[in-house]
Write a protein that binds this ligand. Structure first.
Ligand code: UDP
Length: 323
């Protein structure tokens, strides 16, 4: 296995995975429509502009390169937008993935590692969340990822598709060398917004609720470094012959919004202006992963177990960002 097609390889987690795979000797081909991705983030000369909804563009990629396996990141990921524009999300994420699978199977490519999400679980019934937790997504974004997981199970049985879907918790941080990092437009994620408030690029960070049943009243999440996600994708690619299924990727450590702000202040040496706002609809109080299955199946271990170290890489990127 040498040639890996990275669909959505110009995006945040995709670009870090390309970097990591290349450091481990794989030859990556990136396909991306560049709607949300950045050409500057693509660290391979093998780039093809392709779109999941344009079957001809997908066929072209598989005709041109001798692909051994696919890592699939390409998706729309804004939860709020998915509630307002579900058609856009079902079409791009679900139909787009069916198109990708069709192109793969007609070219005899049967291996795929996929970006799934803890949003497929919906409202948590217990903590930490393990893979056996019932799946009942509460927004169209989570539904699309859940549907794709089901499609993989059926395609596995019918066509011998070998798949691993990785259910991410909160991806964070940037590459250690500062070459690539998080760059969303619009930005909605906590850590980059806190860092922009510290830099003075935004007035302040709005804290969505401080009346939750948590130690400091703000929501707790499980922040996992993007390079730890990247290493899990490589390990998953290498395990596809022995295992198919679903794995949580998180550190297993809950961190509150206020703890993130405090760590960011420490790392930057500056104060973060903040205001308290109402709770945001759909936010559970606490979400963190049981990650034992990923550790056991993949032999994976997150390197970044301290959120301050994660934020340090994000801050280094934020003050020197190239895109
Ligand atoms: N959050 C916040 N203010 C913001 C953005 C996020 O207080 O401007 C909180 C949000 O309520 C959640 C946590 O930060 O508890 C992480 O949110 P994010 O959108 O980064 O990721 P999510 O957990 O929603 O996937």
């Amino acid at each position: 296995m040498k040639n890996i097609l990275v669909m959505g390889g110009a995006g945040y987690i995709g670009s870090h995975t390309v970097k990591h795979l290349q450091e481990f000797g794989y030859n990556c081909i990136v396909a991306d429509n560049l709607v949300y991705g950045h050409k500057e983030a693509v660290l391979t000369p093998n780039f093809e502009k392709a779109d999941l909804l344009d079957k001809a563009s997908l066929k072209n990629v598989f005709d041109k390169y001798n692909i051994d396996a696919v890592v699939h990141f390409a998706a729309f990921t804004y939860v709020g937008e998915s509630v307002e524009k579900p058609q856009k999300y079902y079409e791009n994420n679900v139909i787009g993935t069916l198109n990708l699978l069709e192109a793969m199977l007609t070219h005899e490519v049967k291996k795929i590692v996929f970006s799934s999400t803890c949003a497929t679980y919906g409202n948590p019934l217990y903590m930490p969340l393990d893979e056996k937790h019932p799946q009942a997504p509460i927004n169209p974004y989570g539904q699309t990822k859940f549907m794709i997981e089901k499609i993989f199970e059926d395609y596995g049985r019918a066509y011998g598709l070998k798949y691993i879907a990785l259910r991410y918790f909160n991806a964070a941080g940037a590459s250690k060398d500062g070459k690539i990092g998080e760059s969303h437009n619009p930005e909605t994620h906590l850590i980059p917004l806190v860092l922009k408030a510290i830099k003075g690029e935004r007035d302040c960070i709005k804290i969505f609720g401080n009346d939750y049943d948590t130690p400091d009243g703000t929501c707790q999440r499980d922040y996992i470094h993007v390079e730890d996600l990247a290493s899990a994708h490589r390990l998953a690619l290498e395990k596809l012959d022995d295992f198919q299924g679903f794995l949580n990727l998180g550190t297993g450590i809950p961190t509150s919004v206020l703890e993130i702000i405090k760590s960011a202040e420490k790392v930057s040496g500056k104060k973060c202006p903040l205001v308290y706002e109402k709770r945001r609809a759909g936010d559970p109080a606490v979400l963190y992963a049981a990650n034992a299955k990923a550790k056991e199946v993949l032999g994976w271990k997150p390197e970044y177990m301290n959120v301050e170290d994660i934020i340090r890489t994000a801050w280094n990127w934020e003050i020197n960002r190239k895109f």
